[in-house]
Write a new protein. Structure first.
Lengths: 578, 115
């Protein structure tokens, strides 16, 4: 009995030991699994639960122009606003039909589409509407529907709306991230966007930050503001008048670029049709986003004759009084080139060549310097290369004249067979006006960093193309164009205005020939000629009601020039005769 | 008097060092308890104070955020009203007409304000 009792005791102790032994072994195995074999998985799981990592978004820089009326001294052409995204978690919505009915009049989405989205019961996130205002958000929040939520959306806002879209561009999506698209928004995206920051910390079970735990923090760096050379009054008026002219003449499109000739600072840059950057997604044709002043090169036509003449004057091969006999046509190999009126004008001076816009006269002037020298001047005036303005641009094409072949030099002398952008043309005319200096155009005057430092753009001369004497001579000849020639409607009473018309033929890409009736009308010029305050290039593409630039582009130039004289408070320099 | 002195002397061995230690320990324990209670109250007070400060800071931060938001809205509103298209529309509504020409008056010698 004692032994049995003892034996039982031994068995019982052994059993208990064995039980705890097995329990310990299982516990050890479980610990091995958790802490060694699945260490990575559980570390990551724990990390997700107690680690906090959030990106800190910078505020995008504003695009400003000077505004003396404002208390800050600036007016924002592009700024930021906070709108709201409404989203749903469908599985939390109890009655999708009632919810869709309640939302129907508060969002733009049709009820059927709303229902489709709300009925995705397994969906954890369904965006309903972007860009809700505070008032819209409050109206929806007041419905107190479970399963509807909001998140703030920083959004770009352009107060001037319809004018300047092509210059400013917009902020859209590049992949998954928001970025500047087109115009200044794209060109200066890096400066405007700033740099993202982050916060990395530990949180407790209730989601509160643990102050004593390890933390890493890098603040976001806000974007820089851009201060433009654009004068918003001139920009508005130029764009408004351009819009009116395009509509009046039934033109396909048009552009106006206005520059300070001494510095290269761009005062206005407009395209028509333009777009509202607040509603860029409503634009049907992506070509509308292109800036016609810098991105769409074209054959300029007779407006180029002033540059051909300036080259010949500068080489000392002609003077304003040099004469030639206009027979009405010039033969180059198998090609016959005629004047636009197909008439022979007899003996003509170089001044008359510009006044009457004679193709034969431009060819005569070019021939005096030769195809090679002519090509050198074309290049020296800045064509066929980037102006390095601070928006996207095309270089144009001067491959023809650069071959030094007679036919290309001949057509090039009156602005056909080569392509230029309106801005290149304006800068070349600026060099005619300012003593021969080709300036680099610029739109951003200052980049203002958030730390208060600024980067200022200084005027930059690229090269001297013609002498000051030639500049004065060609200016006087171009005044005659406005006084006596085809540019009369570009004149402003009381002022000497210099300029030249250009009615260019348009090549048909399908046939390779020029379109029979449609043209591009251009007027480039500057005023007051004694001390030019502005140089301007105006272009109307395919005006339907008139044939020549003297009736399309020249009147628009004249109207804008008159506005500018008044705006700049420039008193008249001559008796009113026009 | 002598007796009492003697009896005091007789009592002397009872104030042995360990007894004094015991008394000191008791005093220390009491002091420690008082300190612990004081610390407890102090901790509760500080925690309460810090929490109150925290709430006040959060409330001010919310206020600042709201003011910044309101400011942003007002700036946008001002920009909208100052946009040239808005100015143009207002001037048309007011019946204003664009200035067509200026008369520049040339200064002449002897010009004076009469009164």
């Amino acid at each position: 009995m004692a032994l049995r009792q003892r034996g039982w005791k031994i068995d019982r102790v052994t059993g208990i030991v064995a039980f705890f032994g097995i329990f310990a072994a299982l516990l050890g195995l479980r610990l091995l699994t958790l802490q060694v074999l699945q260490h990575g998985f559980y570390t990551a799981l724990a990390s997700d639960q107690h680690q906090l990592f959030e990106q800190l978004l910078p505020t995008r820089g504003q695009i400003l122009v000077k505004d003396a009326q404002s208390s800050t001294g600036y007016y924002p052409l592009a700024t930021n606003q906070t709108l709201h995204l409404l989203y749903a978690i469908p599985k939390r919505i109890k009655d999708p039909v009632a919810t869709a009915t309640a939302l129907e009049h508060l969002v733009t989405l049709p009820k059927e589409d709303l229902l489709k989205r709300l009925n995705k019961s397994n969906d954890l996130y369904e965006p309903i509407q972007h860009n809700l205002t505070d008032e819209q958000q409050t109206a929806i929040a007041d419905l107190k529907i479970e399963g509807l939520y909001f998140v703030d959306e920083p959004t770009r806002y352009y107060p001037e709306r319809q004018y300047g879209g092509q210059l400013l561009g917009f902020v859209g999506y590049a992949g998954d991230e928001k970025a500047g698209r087109y115009g200044l928004e794209q060109y200066y995206n890096k400066e405007l966007a700033g740099a993202q920051g982050f916060i990395k910390a530990q949180k407790d079970a209730s989601g509160q930050l643990i102050a004593t735990a390890a933390q890493a923090w890098q603040p976001a760096v806000d974007g820089s503001d851009l201060l433009l050379t654009i004068d918003r009054t001139i920009q508005y008026e130029a764009c408004r008048q351009l819009d009116e002219a395009v509509q009046k003449h039934g033109a396909d499109s048009g552009s106006v670029v206005i520059v300070q000739p001494k510095t290269g600072a761009v005062l206005a840059m407009c395209g028509a049709p333009d777009f509202n950057p607040n509603a860029y997604n409503e634009v049907a044709d992506a070509k509308t986003f292109l800036n016609p002043s810098t991105q769409i090169p074209y054959e300029p036509g007779s407006v180029f004759k002033a540059l051909t003449m300036a080259a010949a004057l500068n080489e000392g091969k002609v003077t304003p009084e040099t004469t030639y006999t206009d027979t009405g046509e010039v033969k180059i190999g198998s090609f016959t080139i005629k004047n636009s009126d197909s008439k022979a004008h007899g003996v003509q001076t170089m001044t008359q060549v510009l006044e009457e816009s004679l193709n034969t006269g431009a060819i005569y002037a070019m021939n005096q310097i030769g195809a090679k020298t002519f090509a050198q001047y074309v290049k020296a005036f800045g064509f066929g290369q980037a102006t390095n303005v601070d928006v996207a641009e095309s270089e144009g094409n001067i491959a023809g004249p650069l071959t030094h072949k007679d036919i290309y030099a001949t057509t090039g002398s009156f602005g056909q067979g080569l392509t230029v952008t309106p801005l290149q043309l304006a800068m070349a005319y600026a060099s005619l006006s300012n003593g021969g200096h080709l300036m680099q155009p610029y739109i951003v005057e200052q980049v203002r960093r958030p730390d208060g430092t600024t980067i200022k753009t200084e005027p930059h001369e690229i090269r001297q193309v013609i002498s000051a004497q030639t500049s004065a001579t060609i200016s006087a000849m171009l005044v005659n164009v406005v006084e006596n020639g085809h540019g009369k409607r570009a004149g402003v009473p009381g002022y000497y205005v210099a300029g030249k018309t250009g009615t260019a033929q348009i090549p048909d890409p399908k046939t390779g020939k020029y379109l029979p009736e449609l043209t591009i009308g251009t007027f480039a010029g500057y005023a007051p000629v004694e001390d030019p305050a502005f140089v301007m290039a105006v272009q109307l593409v395919k005006p339907r009601d008139v044939q020549f630039a003297e009736s399309s582009a020249a009147p628009l130039f004249g109207s804008l020039a008159k506005f500018l004289m008044l705006y700049f408070h420039l008193p008249p320099t001559r008796a009113t005769t026009l | 008097m002598i007796r009492s002195t003697r009896s005091a002397d007789l009592l002397q061995p009872q104030t042995h060092w360990w007894h004094r230690l015991k008394v000191s320990t008791q005093k220390f324990a009491v002091a420690l308890s008082v300190a612990a209670v004081a610390s407890g109250f102090g901790y509760v007070f500080l925690t309460n104070h810090t929490a109150a400060e925290g709430f006040a800071i959060k409330s001010l931060e919310r206020e600042i955020a709201q003011i910044q938001k309101d400011n942003q809205k007002l700036e946008l509103q001002a920009a909208d009203l100052r946009s040239l298209s808005a100015v143009d529309q207002t001037s048309v509504a007011l019946g204003l007409v664009p200035t067509d020409s200026f008369d520049y008056v040339a200064p002449t010698s002897g010009a004076v304000a009469v009164r």
